[in-house]
Design a protein around this ligand. Structure first.
Ligand code: FPP
Length: 264
């Protein structure tokens, strides 16, 4: 099933990929992978194409990586598709980016439904054009009972704003007596964030060689393993996802503690 759409340069490549895929499956698969999909513009520039051509190619990669994450048994895939800062881009580019969810879901929603994928969104929906918000809402409605991979689009999302809004909601609830100030801790605060129904990411991937978070999930990434790659998002392949997961599997996560064998 996994390889049905992939074109292989040689049988050797396919065999190597299959071996790696099965090896990765033997170890801990990250529950939640978050990806900062970067480098679309540079990919286009290298080919003397307009930036939007890079975004279009990037959209195709979203499909590939969603299928791959699903095949591996990843529970949640969060994709940073548009930040609260991205409105500063030229209107033509913003308009194009706002059309991509429609195009993507218009083409792939039946496949997502068939594959038991549940579409969700985090971000400020009110500022999205109606056509974008409606496409996402329709997909969310049609996949709400699916219990396979959660495909979570971060769209018009900004982490600092999310945290400030959460603080305002907490203050309101405290002043209305809904919660007591002393009940506030990491767990209760997490319930005020847009990710309240999701686990924190186990693995963060950022493509294109940039080593920064760009206002993405600042609270949720506190203990996440990071994997950066120079590969531009439109060039990102299933093999790269396997490589990221393999690296993650080789790391020991201590969450501020020490390894159990070190205690002996
Ligand atoms: C950053 O690359 C990328 C974005 C701002 C948009 C990401 C969107 C997609 C990959 C497609 C989303 C698809 C769906 C289905 C919503 P950049 O433009 O900043 O690249 P650059 O740094 O090389 O200029």
């Amino acid at each position: 099933m996994l390889n049905k759409m992939k074109l292989w340069k040689s049988q050797k490549d396919k065999t190597e990929f299959d071996e790696k895929f099965h090896e990765v499956l033997k170890h801990r698969i990250p529950n939640h992978i978050a990806i900062i999909m970067d480098g679309n513009g540079r990919w286009a520039k290298k080919r003397a194409l307009p930036r939007i051509a890079g975004h279009h190619e990037g959209m195709k990669v979203v499909r590939k990586i969603t299928r791959m994450a699903n095949s591996l048994g990843v529970k949640t895939l969060t994709l940073y598709a548009f930040s609260t800062e991205n409105w500063k881009r030229p209107k033509l580019e913003v308009d194009y980016l706002m059309k991509l969810p429609e195009e993507f879901l218009g083409t792939f929603l039946p496949e997502l439904i068939e594959e038991n994928v549940k579409v969700t969104m985090m971000g400020y929906e009110d500022k999205l054009p109606a056509h974008t918000a409606n496409a996402i809402k329709k997909a969310m409605k049609e996949t709400e009972h699916n219990d396979g991979l959660i495909l979570n689009f971060a769209l018009n999302y900004g982490s600092r704003f999310e945290i400030i809004e959460a603080v305002k909601d907490v203050l309101n609830d405290v002043s209305n007596g809904i919660i007591d100030k002393n009940q506030l801790n990491e767990e209760t605060f997490s319930n005020y964030l847009m990710t309240k129904d999701l686990s924190d990411p186990d693995l963060l991937i950022r493509t294109s060689g940039e080593i920064r978070l760009s206002n993405f999930m600042l609270w949720q990434l506190a203990y996440t393993e990071f994997w950066f790659t120079p590969v531009l998002w439109p060039d990102f392949q299933e093999e790269h996802l396997l490589e990221a997961i393999e690296t993650y599997q080789g790391r020991s996560r201590r969450f501020g503690g020490i390894q159990s064998e070190e205690l002996e």
